[in-house]
Design a protein around this ligand. Structure first.
Ligand code: GLA
Length: 545
């Protein structure tokens, strides 16, 4: 073939590609992980080139309002429903037509590099919850993952003009439920490990086994970290013919996995949603609550995190309905015949403290997602917790989200602050780091017995902020032996003196003071305890009765 022929053939193929109409349905995997999740792009390209249709992802449906084809390059301009019924958000998909397939780049969402796709809800996460929004509508329909944008390949499965999507059914309303019987669990805040903060959709059977091994060999189990919790992305893409929830190929045998974890003296946790889909777009428990609870029980699951997510698309989002949806699973877990800790995750919306215990919750998230940054941790820990102490007690805890200690985004001093504050808050302590590779500094933060003992104090009283001056704060928690745990915190940029007067904690006279990070008795003190506190650091003491 002459050069001219090759040139002509190339021109012809570009022209042919250019002439390929986008009209029809394009179907393919919704993520680059081999997990069976699918997405559909349905398009209508009119004679004048206008493109309309929709992108049916795993967690949202985007309406395509415009687009263009330039040679093999495709651009789709779409709109995604806004959070909490707010203004629609503009989303741009880009794609390439290659050999009749559409290679589609899923738009990154959430702002922050490295955690843009899925999970990371961007810098405003905690604030979103505080404003009463929920994360639905945030990340791309493609599901979770970190780093580079995901490119998925879709096949042109039909060339018919697609039918418009049927309108959404009217939202379901439920009455405020009767009180669900207490399951008798979590008399102190649950402790363990969860896969999400560090590993997102990388969690697998193999990883859970390795993590269980490491929890034992590192001493974490003996320090109290008992629950090994699988977060989102374990589920199969579809239920089986009988409607049973299935696992995807990262989890070949959940029952065997539970047996392995139990064999180590640990417990196994799992994750689902009251909605049809989880936050990462996998199968949720909507209309399968009892069936799923039974399945979990048959596997030997000991803990369920139940995440609102797509429930906002089927329920009316009132307090009664949300409580009703959670109570369904609370009752189902009780009926399952196995003891399963019930962890509510609805980002603290609709005054969950007022009804979390009533629906059988052993703990409930109080905010949007934490991230491994000082600003996220301090905002959630210091700003969004005051006032919630009245809801915490044995069996039912406020959850300011899982620990980021050891994930690399904060200094050791900041992680000490994170650990101290969570212990004072009687928060669940769910480590979120790679236990298999932990530095001595990180393991000594997570396993400081005296700090863990504050968290696990059986009186179950959550700390109150008793003083705040500029960037310094004092938090105090009453302990079962009549003493007090007191944290002197410094959120500022330079070392600062901080004092806790004994009268402010309800004590008189002189008291023995012990430094819980220094493991040192500081002696008898009169009137107050004071210390210099480094920037972003903490001095945590126990003041004896
Ligand atoms: C939500 C939750 C997170 C995590 C992800 C999983 O964002 O708040 O803790 O469970 O979903 O998709």
């Amino acid at each position: 073939m002459s050069i001219l022929h090759v040139y002509a053939a190339a021109l012809l193929s570009v022209a042919t590609v250019g002439a390929q109409s986008l009209t029809g349905r394009w179907v393919g995997p919704a993520t680059t992980a081999d997990d069976g999740l699918e997405m559909t792009v349905a398009l209508n390209q009119s004679a004048d080139g206008k493109i309309t249709g929709y992108v049916l992802g795993t967690r949202s449906t985007d309406t395509v309002i415009d687009g263009k084809v330039n040679g093999s390059e495709v651009t789709l301009e779409a709109e995604r429903p806004g959070r909490g019924g707010g203004e629609p958000v503009k989303v741009t998909y880009t794609g390439l037509l290659v050999n009749g397939k559409l290679q589609l780049t899923l738009p990154a969402f959430g702002g922050r590099a490295g955690r843009s796709a899925g999970g990371g809800r961007g810098p405003g996460a905690a604030g979103d919850a505080a404003r009463g929004a929920n994360p639905t509508g945030g990340p791309p329909p493609g599901g979770p993952g970190r780093g580079a944008p995901q490119v998925v390949e879709l096949a042109h499965v039909s060339v018919e003009t697609p039918m418009p999507l049927p309108p959404r059914p009217a939202p379901v309303s439920l009455p405020m439920p009767d009180k669900v019987k207490f399951n008798g669990l979590a008399k102190t805040p649950p402790m363990g490990w969860n896969s999400w903060n560090k590993f997102r959709n990388q969690v697998s059977d193999k990883m859970i086994r390795e993590m269980a091994d490491a929890i034992v060999s590192s001493g974490m189990r003996d320090a109290g970290y008992i629950y090994v919790n699988i977060d989102d992305t374990w589920e199969g893409a579809h239920r089986d013919a009988n409607g049973n929830i299935t696992t995807n190929n990262k989890f070949p045998d959940m029952k065997a996995l539970a047996a392995y974890v139990h064999g180590k003296g640990l417990k196994l946790g799992i994750y689902s949603s009251p909605g049809p889909k989880t936050c990462a777009g996998y199968e949720g428990s909507y209309q399968h609550e009892e069936q799923d609870a039974k399945t979990y029980a048959s596997w030997g699951i000991d803990y369920l995190k139940y995440d609102w997510c797509s429930a906002s698309q089927v329920y009316d989002n009132s307090q009664a309905t949300m409580a009703g949806a959670y109570a369904k699973m609370g009752n189902a877990l009780l009926k399952s015949g196995h003891s399963i800790v019930f962890s509510l995750c609805q980002y603290g919306n609709l005054d969950v403290g007022e009804w979390g215990e009533r629906v059988g919750g052993n703990l409930w998230r109080t905010t949007g997602d934490i991230s491994d940054r000082w600003q996220s941790m301090e905002h959630i820990g210091f700003d969004l917790q005051p006032g919630r102490e009245k809801y915490a007690g044995p069996g039912h805890w406020n959850d300011p989200d899982m620990l980021e200690i050891g994930n690399g985004g904060m200094t050791d001093a900041e992680y000490q602050t994170h650990m101290s504050l969570w212990a004072l808050l009687a928060a669940p302590l769910l480590a979120g780091n790679d236990i298999r590779n932990m530095s001595p500094a990180i393991s000594s933060i997570l396993m400081n017995k005296e700090v863990v003992a504050v968290d696990q104090d059986k009186l179950g009283k959550q700390a109150v902020r008793i003083a705040q001056e500029g960037k310094t704060e004092v938090w105090c928690r009453q302990l079962h032996d009549g003493g007090w745990a007191v944290g002197l915190f410094n959120r500022g940029d330079a070392t600062a003196p901080v004092a806790a007067s004994f009268s402010s904690i309800g004590a008189n006279g002189s008291h023995y003071v012990r430094d819980l990070w220094g493991h040192k008795d500081l002696g008898l003190m009169a009137g107050e305890f004071s210390s210099d506190v480094p920037s972003h650091g903490v001095v945590l003491v126990k003041i004896a009765k």
